[in-house]
Design a protein around this ligand. Structure first.
Ligand code: PMP
Ligand code: GLN
Length: 380
């Protein structure tokens, strides 16, 4: 892998080079609303294409408030919303707003690949707490043990990339309580909040600790338009102001035609979101059924586009990176090794026994990917 290249870039590049089915990088090949594309095209041709307000278009900030009121029962005002260039910028601005040189930020491992580098860019130190399989939770004791006088924030991701798990009620309550006791900010990356494929609903720590939680969302996942990079933070007014101070010198603004279109997307009826969710559930079920029939053992997925396969339980002796490199080059299918999300690359010689598969694909892609993975599983 080229130094400095993300695992997603690396695997998608190999998938293109080898003509492989790409179940690696998390992007869907269905699920976006045509009306939102039309609204974006119309806004480019007939709307404002010059700098919008730094905190985002008023109509999008109002749409974010209305969306969370309707879908999550949150009472928000537009001064609590800052529009950013994707959740990635929202994360960067939030981390830089609350942590500086030598401060500590608690991350849960496995962790989305951008978290630790962003914490380090802020001059702060990532401190990892393990999420334990099969349901990938952390105990109150484990989180408490990681807190020191230098801790400033806990960065949570639910639903969770890469494991597809969600933070349970006990873990959320522990985080809210510890944050209150130690005066910490909770940065809550909830980009997958609408991609729920299990029985449990999405739950946000914002509902438990509204004064100290920065809630992050992304139209990329909400509307299945990952390339658009329109995201936002939601926080108490004074906290949102601190994030805005960083945002104004990171990207300053986000393309206004896309903001107009995302506002239209957030106003889609509940029936739209229910139907999209049902399609992702069906896609997950199709991939899991095909792989299970081929001898793979998968972990339950509650949310996100991802399901984890357990190499050891599936009878594969290779570890994750070796298996993924082999599978993309020789079996024509790309997956993502869990070790890319581990602080030290994973405890087993820098590898782990888990791979991440993206199920947000049309039936033909899922069927081809599963057939190739089934063949790869039994390769000598
Ligand atoms: N956080 C998580 C947990 C993600 O999975 C992703 C993208 N898959 C992002 C942040 C980045 O979102 P965006 O593309 O909106 O920057
Ligand atoms: N978030 C996407 C994933 O987890 C990819 C993002 C990226 O390519 N940086 O697959």
């Amino acid at each position: 892998m080229q130094a400095g290249t993300t695992i997603f870039e690396h695997m998608s590049g190999l998938a293109r080079a080898h003509g492989a089915v790409n179940l690696g990088q998390g992007f869907p090949d269905f699920g976006w609303p045509d009306a939102v594309l039309a609204a974006g095209a119309d806004a480019i041709l007939h709307g404002n294409n010059q700098y919008p307000p730094m905190r985002g278009l008023p109509e999008l900030r109002a749409a974010v408030c209305a969306f969370y009121a309707r879908r999550q029962g949150l009472a928000l005002t537009p001064d609590q919303v800052i529009v950013t260039s994707g959740a990635t910028e929202a994360l960067a601005a939030s981390i830089m707003a609350v942590a500086a040189a030598d401060d500590e930020v608690i991350l849960f491992a496995p962790a989305y690949d951008a978290y630790a580098p962003l914490v380090r860019r802020a001059g702060a130190v990532p401190v990892f707490v393990d999420l334990l399989p099969p349901d990938w939770q952390a105990s109150a004791e484990a989180i408490a043990a990681a807190i020191t006088p230098r801790t400033r924030a806990i960065l949570l991701n639910t639903p969770h990339n890469p494991t597809g798990s969600i933070a349970g009620a006990a873990m959320l309550a522990a985080i809210a309580e510890l944050a209150a006791t130690h005066d910490l900010i909770i940065i809550s990356d909830e980009v997958w909040e609408e991609v729920i494929v299990g029985a449990a609903p999405h739950a946000s720590p914002f509902a438990l600790a509204p004064a100290r939680t920065i809630k992050i969302g992304s139209a990329g996942k909400l509307l299945a338009l990952t390339g658009w990079k329109v995201g936002w933070v939601v926080a108490a007014t004074a906290l949102a102001e601190r994030v805005a101070q960083v945002h104004q010198f990171l990207t300053f603004t986000t393309p206004p035609p896309l903001q107009v279109a995302v506002a239209a997307g957030l106003a889609l009826p509940d029936a739209y979101f229910a139907a999209t969710r049902a399609r992702f559930v069906a896609a997950r079920d199709r991939l899991v059924a095909a792989l299970s029939a081929g001898g793979w053992r998968l972990l339950p997925a509650q949310g996100s586009y991802f399901v984890m396969a357990d190499l050891t339980a599936s009878g594969v002796t290779m570890r994750d990176r070796d298996f993924c490199e082999m599978a993309v080059a020789s079996a024509g299918v790309a997956a993502i090794p869990l070790s890319a999300f581990m602080p030290d690359g994973g405890s087993d010689g820098g590898q782990t026994p888990f791979i991440r598969l993206c199920f947000a694909k049309s039936d033909a892609v899922l069927d081809a990917g599963a057939a190739r993975l089934n063949a790869a599983r039994t390769r000598p």
